[in-house]
Design a protein. Structure first.
Length: 381
C-alpha cells in the first residue's frame, strides 16, 4: 500500500521499464508459483522470456549481450519480481555471476559466457557453501589442483541455487591449500564437464520453487582458462568485492516483500468478517497494520538509500550488511504480524501470506548470516 510513494531514484525511463518487468512478473512468475513449488524448479521458458525482455543482465553493456542500463534497472527487476512473491525464478544468481564475469573475467571469458547468460540460454549457479563451513569462506575444503592442461576440482557444495538447471557454475575452491584467503580462486565450470555431478534437490522450509541442490566435483577436469580473471589467489578479493551487491539484492527484495504482505493483509482485513463486521473495524487490527505500514515505509526508505548508493557507485560493504540484516529482520516481523491477522487461514499454504512467512526465514541466513553481517558492521565502528 505504498503505491502512491515514488522512490526518488525512479524516473520516466525506469517507470516504463518497471511496467515491463511488472507485466512479465504477473504473466510468467506469479501464476506459476504453486506449480514451481510442487516441482521444485521453474522452467527454462521463463528464463528465455526474461532474456528476450532484457531482464537478466539489465545493467551489463550491450557489447556483452546486456541491456546497457544502470544499477537502477537491476534494482527495478529485483523489486518488481519480489513484489509478486518470486522465489522460484533464480534470476538474481545469474545477475550476480554475470557481474563476477564483467568485473573480473578476462575478455575471452566475458565473450564466452555473458551473452548466453543475458539471453537466458545459460543458467548459472555460484557454489560457495560447503557442508560444515557455512559463512566461513576462508575455510572451504574444495580443491582445484593444477595439472598440465588446467585444474582438477574435488569437493562438495551445498545450498546451491539453480542447482538442477544451471549450465555453468562459479566454484569457490582452494588453489593453494597452504594459504587461507590468499589460496582461494574462482573457477568457471561448465556443468557438462566430466566429474561434475548434481546431488538431490534439498527439501526446504520455504522457497520450495527454487532448485536448491547439492553439487559434487569428483576429479572434475577444467581447462586453465576457466580460472576467473586468469590469476590464482584472487578469489577472496573477488568475493569481497561482489558480496555487497548480493546483500543489497536481498535487502531490496525484503522491502518489496513487506509491501506485498501489507497490501494482501489490508485487502483481507477489509473483506474478512468476524462478529458481524469486517475485522478492519477492530481497533487492534488497525493498530497492528499501522505499525506494519510504518515499518514498511521505513524499510522502503532504507532500501531506496541502498539503491541510490548503488547507482552512484558508493555502495560499500558496511551499508549492504546493515541493509541485509536490518531489512530481513523487519521482513520476518512484518510477515508474522500479517499472518496473525489472517487467523487460521494464514497457516494454510494456499494463502500467499503463509508461503511468504516461510520464505522470509531464509533471508536472515543466506548471503551471509545476519550474525556475520553484524560482525562486519561492528568492525567498521
Amino acid at each position: 500500500m505504498l503505491d502512491n510513494i515514488k522512490s526518488p531514484w525512479m524516473d520516466e525511463d525506469l517507470e516504463a521499464f518497471a511496467d515491463t518487468v511488472r507485466r512479465f512478473a504477473l504473466e510468467y512468475v506469479e501464476p506459476n508459483d504453486l506449480k514451481w513449488r510442487e516441482q521444485h524448479h521453474c522452467g527454462r521458458e521463463v528464463w528465455h522470456k526474461a532474456g528476450e525482455l532484457g531482464l537478466i543482465l539489465p545493467d551489463v553493456p550491450e557489447e556483452y549481450g546486456g541491456s546497457g542500463g544502470s544499477a537502477a534497472h537491476a534494482a527495478v527487476v529485483i523489486r518488481e519480481l519480489s513484489a509478486v512473491g518470486n522465489t522460484g525464478f533464480g534470476v538474481g544468481i545469474s545477475h550476480i555471476v554475470g557481474h563476477y564475469l564483467l568485473n573480473y573475467g578476462t575478455e575471452a571469458q566475458k565473450q564466452r559466457w555473458l551473452p548466453g547468460i543475458a539471453s537466458g540460454e545459460i543458467i548459472t549457479s555460484i557454489a560457495m557453501t560447503e557442508p560444515g563451513t557455512g559463512s566461513d569462506l576462508q575455510g572451504v575444503r574444495t580443491r582445484a589442483d593444477k595439472t598440465g592442461e588446467g585444474y582438477v576440482i574435488n569437493g562438495a557444495k551445498t545450498f546451491i541455487t539453480n542447482g538442477q538447471l544451471s549450465d555453468m557454475v562459479l566454484v569457490v575452491a582452494k588453489t593453494d591449500t597452504t594459504q587461507a584467503a590468499k589460496g582461494i580462486s574462482l573457477l568457471i565450470v561448465d556443468t557438462k564437464a566430466k566429474g561434475f555431478r548434481r546431488g538431490k534437490v534439498l527439501d526446504k522450509l520455504g522457497v520450495e520453487g527454487g532448485d536448491t541442490s547439492e553439487m559434487f566435483f569428483d576429479d572434475c577436469a577444467v581447462p586453465a582458462d576457466c580460472l576467473l580473471g586468469g590469476k590464482e589467489g584472487q578469489g577472496f578479493f573477488q568475493l569481497v568485492g561482489q558480496l555487497p551487491y548480493e546483500r543489497a539484492q536481498i535487502a531490496i527484495a525484503a522491502a518489496a516483500m513487506m509491501e506485498r504482505a501489507l497490501a494482501l493483509t489490508i485487502d483481507y482485513c477489509k473483506d474478512r468478517r468476524a462478529f458481524g463486521k469486517p475485522i478492519m473495524e477492530f481497533q487492534n487490527t488497525r493498530f497492528v497494520l499501522a505499525d506494519v505500514k510504518a515499518t514498511t515505509l521505513a524499510s522502503r526508505t532504507f532500501a531506496d538509500h541502498i539503491v541510490q548508493q548503488w547507482i552512484d557507485g558508493k555502495l560499500d560493504a558496511t551499508l549492504a550488511s546493515m541493509g541485509k540484516f536490518w531489512l530481513t529482520e523487519r521482513q520476518g516481523e512484518v510477515m508474522d504480524k500479517c499472518l496473525q491477522l489472517f487467523g487460521g487461514y494464514g497457516y494454510m499454504k494456499e494463502y500467499p501470506i503463509a508461503r511468504m512467512y516461510a520464505d522470509a526465514r531464509v533471508q536472515r541466513i543466506y548471503g551471509g548470516t545476519n550474525e556475520i553481517q553484524r560482525e562486519l558492521v561492528g568492525r567498521s565502528l
